[in-house]
Structure formats: C-alpha cells, structure tokens
Design a protein around this ligand. Sequence first.
Ligand SMILES: [Zn+2]
Ligand SMILES: [Zn+2]
Length: 142
Amino acid sequence: MEYRISDNFSRSSFACKCGKCRDEFKMSLTVIGILEHLKVKFNKPVKIFRAYICDEESKVQFGNNKDYHHLGKAVDFYIEGVELKDIFKEVEGMPDITGIGFSPQDNHIHIDIRDKDREIWLEERREKIPLTNEKRIQYNLN
Ligand SMILES: [Zn+2]
Ligand SMILES: [Zn+2]
C-alpha cells in the first residue's frame, strides 16, 4: 500500500530496493525531517536513490561492516535541478548529519546520523577516500 509518511515522502521512497525482500522499510524520523528541510530549502524534488537496506542485502553489499542504511539512519539522494556541491554545502551546515559522503560520479550524496564523531568522505570509482582540501578545491566545495 502506498501512503505518505511525511509531507513530501511516501513509504516506498525509503523501502529496500533489492527486489528479494518484501520492500522492507525502516527510517529514522530525524532523517525524514532532514529531507523535508532540504525539500523546502531548495523547493525542488528530492530524489532518493537508496534508503533502507534489508538484512540479507546489507550482508551482500557491506559484509559485517556497519551499514547505516540497514539501521534506517542513512539515505543516498540528489535534488533535481540543484548542483551536488550546493546540496553538500547545505548538509555540511546541518549538525544533526554526522556522516556525509560526496559521490560526484554517481551523482548522489550519502547522509547518515551515526552516534559518533562526524565523518566526511569522497567516493571516487567506488572507493571511499578522505575529502582533503585539494579535493574540496577540485570539486568546488569550499
Ligand atoms: Zn531487501
Ligand atoms: Zn549511502
């Protein structure tokens, strides 16, 4: 069944997309609130690329590594008509967001709300690398 869970998002936006589970779903209200803020701020459609990931799929993709998607605390997204660097600058200014991954090649940003010190990284060719000042200049993130 399709129903809205907040002003701009429905359950299916956050459900697991592995195709094997029954569209399992778990998502933190804090994350949903962050996405609502971004929708209002940019006034453009927020496109969710990946949100919750079920147990089985999480094992396939992440092994035993901590997967904040599986915990319902992470989302990968972009905003139609908004440059990724502008989304990045906005989320970097939001202290609730403690994990930020900038993925220019896949055109999305990962955000999560881990309970530890903030981590910000860059994803290039599927590799997670530190977002150094040189990389910030390269991608115009300052
Ligand atoms: Zn699944
Ligand atoms: Zn992610």
